[in-house]
Design a binder for this molecule. Structure first.
Ligand code: PMP
Length: 299
């Protein structure tokens, strides 16, 4: 079986996996999710993703009906059932089936879904020549609306930004806060290199605090690069010597053009290259083993 889906305790094929149309995840986007990678039979940063999933659920007052040990086990078993060694895992916890009103008190049983499937990646050329992006007109919601740190099923802002990128014929869209400060992209975090320092927007700006972002901040420091969480504007992006994106799917992906302006010399930069190599090395060396024959976790 290629790909497997866990739905409320049962693992099925992706064709058979189903939830109710009364599920408030479907009706209202009322739920949270994660996106996790499996590299060569090992789940990358599983504990960090579990931390963020439970934190997101707390943020929307949703109680995940499995404790951490059981959810971890369900994730590992679903990957095993998929038979995949390189995969994408998508746990989704929704408020569950209710009635047609928004009241979550009508939803007695949250839905737990874990999808394991092949991963869609940027093409290899994107890493060699670099990505192009535009700034979206749609802004990030302010932190006193639904905080962007919650990885919720409400992705419409991001989708609207992605539509702008599609219409402009580029790969990603950069999103600003309501105050015009650089925040994050539609599905990735952004970094710039400026005067030899690595900068990424500070997490209190209502951005998704990416697991890849945090990993790259650590790797940059290990490589002796000053790595800082900052407040900065589009001008800093245009004037940067390098720019790159981070995300579970993208890993570390160079950006060579923003809003029609070349970044640096218009080619993927050297610090970005070192971070791409360091990230790939870490992803292939570490993680929670899925298959019984694997050696215990190496860190
Ligand atoms: N920002 C947004 C809006 C995202 O959806 C994602 C995940 N695709 C990221 C950033 C990157 O987060 P992570 O590194 O945890 O995948």
């Amino acid at each position: 079986m290629s790909g497997a889906v866990y739905v409320n305790g049962r693992i099925t094929s992706k064709q058979e996996a189903m939830i109710s149309v009364y599920d408030h995840g479907f009706l209202y986007g009322d739920g949270v999710f994660e996106g996790i990678r499996v590299y060569d039979g090992r789940i990358f940063k599983l504990e960090e993703h579990l931390d963020r999933l439970y934190a997101s659920a707390r943020g929307i007052m949703l109680e995940i009906p499995l404790d951490r040990t059981d959810l971890r086990r369900a994730i590992i078993e679903t990957v095993r059932a998929s038979g995949l060694r390189d995969a994408y895992i998508r746990p989704v916890i929704s408020r569950g089936p209710g009635d047609l009103g928004i009241d979550p008190r009508k939803c007695a049983h949250p839905t737990v879904v874990i999808i394991v499937d092949a991963i869609q990646l940027y093409p290899r050329e994107a890493y060699e020549r670099g990505l192009r992006m535009i700034t979206a007109t749609v802004r990030r919601p302010s932190p006193d609306a639904l905080n962007g740190r919650v990885k919720s099923l409400n992705y419409l802002n991001n989708i609207l930004a992605r539509i702008e990128a599609n219409q402009a014929g580029v790969e990603e869209a950069l999103m600003l806060t309501g105050d015009g400060v650089v925040c994050e992209c539609s599905a990735d975090n952004i970094f710039i290199v400026t005067r030899g320092e690595v900068w990424t927007p500070a997490s209190h700006l209502s951005l998704l605090q990416g697991i890849t972002r945090d990993t790259v901040l650590g790797l940059a420091r290990d490589l002796g690069m000053p790595a800082l969480e900052k407040i900065f504007t589009l001008y800093d992006v245009y004037a940067a010597s390098e720019c790159f994106l981070t995300g579970t799917g993208a890993e570390v992906a160079p950006v060579v053009e923003v809003d029609g302006r070349k970044i640096g010399d218009g080619r993927p930069g050297p610090m970005t290259g070192r971070l791409i190599a360091a990230f790939r090395d870490l992803a292939r060396r570490t993680g929670t083993p899925v298959y019984a024959e694997e050696a215990p976790q190496r860190r």
